[in-house]
Design a protein around this ligand. Structure first.
Ligand code: ZN
Length: 348
């Protein structure tokens, strides 16, 4: 009896040891193969957002991105974060690591900082480039849903006004932008149907100042197949079917938000007062530098392919490295130099 037990125990220990060793090997592999992590170009069901008509895969002479004489964010960018609703610390850290990676030189290439380089190529009529310095200058937690669990484009400005009145941070006219992030239980006008995020500027009548802001919501429970694409796929494909990719930080909603935050920050910086860089004749529905590359994450994307991205030893999909060893999957941005969508993980 005890012999059998001993045998079983030692067998169990041996198995556990074996698994631990294998996990260690995986980690080693992940680290050493980080940059040469397996490239693959997954085919996924098409992204079905209303803005998909704006998408432009690859490059073209026909994309008429124009400069409309307004300013870009050329001074160091100070982000004031407003966490609306319930935000677990782990999710906050993930988003902050992404934001702080924009100016971090520590991460190996292709990095988030390399990705922002494309954004920084845009200039305004003074000749100044978009700043490569992005920091988090202040944070405010709106834990009690000051304006309810359903927000609109206008009430989101009241959320900013409440935050400003609470005085958690000074009003920063020179360098400040607000980034409002809503938790997965908060709905937003047009969220999931037409938008995953948006940017605009505050009205003096609402907030007391004119400052650029962006809103992005956690779509994890509401519409991951739209706003956390390609970590979730449209329902008609039976969610989890072909095209379902493992998110780099094991959080479908927040890993999806990271790409949307990148998209909105790029557009906010190049078109902060909606009078700088955009395509199309209608300034109420501008096609901006992120819109042109939505759903595109690497070389060879388009026609149902997201482009060549990387997969680490644990099968997690990514295309950028960030600080603290983080990995992210962030869409490409339209380059004013290449006149095409561009990213640092390009194969050519
Ligand atoms: Zn956009």
């Amino acid at each position: 009896m005890s012999k059998t037990l001993f045998f079983l125990l030692s067998l169990l220990i041996a198995v556990m040891h074996c698994r631990a060793t294998r996990r260690n090997n995986e980690e080693v592999q992940t680290e050493t193969l980080n940059l040469k992590a397996k490239h693959f170009n997954p085919q996924v069901p098409p992204l079905r957002t209303l803005s998909s008509s704006k998408r432009f895969e690859g490059s073209s002479e026909f994309v008429k991105l124009k400069y409309h004489m307004g300013p870009v964010l050329s001074s160091p960018i100070n982000i004031y974060l407003i966490w609306y609703g319930k935000w677990p610390q782990s999710q906050k850290l993930l988003i902050k690591d992404f934001l702080l990676s924009i100016s971090s030189t520590a991460a190996p290439s292709p990095s988030v900082a390399d990705w922002w380089r494309t954004v920084s190529l845009y200039t305004d009529q003074t000749g100044a480039n978009i700043s490569r310095s992005v920091s988090i200058a202040g944070e405010y937690a709106d834990l009690r849903y000051s304006h309810g669990t359903h927000l609109t484009r206008l009430s989101v400005q009241e959320v900013i006004a409440s935050a400003v009145q609470a005085k958690p941070f000074p009003v920063d006219h020179r360098n400040g932008i607000y980034l409002i992030l809503t938790s997965e239980d908060v709905t937003m006008e047009e969220f999931c149907r037409a938008v995953c995020g948006f940017h605009y500027f505050t009205f003096p009548s609402k907030v007391g100042y004119t400052l650029p802001y962006a809103w992005v919501g956690n779509s994890g429970k509401q519409c991951p197949e739209v706003c956390a694409y390609p970590f979730a796929v449209p329902g008609y494909m039976g969610g989890g079917g072909p095209g379902h990719l493992a998110p780099p930080n094991a959080d479908v909603g927040v890993d999806g938000m990271v790409s949307v935050i990148g998209h909105e920050l790029a557009e906010l910086s190049s078109n902060p007062l909606v009078n700088a860089w955009y395509a199309g004749e209608d300034p109420t529905a501008p096609t901006e530098i992120g819109d042109l590359c939505e759903g595109l994450y690497g070389t060879g994307g388009g026609g149902g392919y997201i482009g060549s991205v990387m997969k680490d030893g644990r099968g997690r999909t990514f295309n950028l490295n960030g600080r603290n060893g983080r990995k992210f999957l962030v869409q490409w941005i339209w380059s004013p130099v290449l006149k095409a969508c561009a990213g640092p993980n390009a194969l050519d």
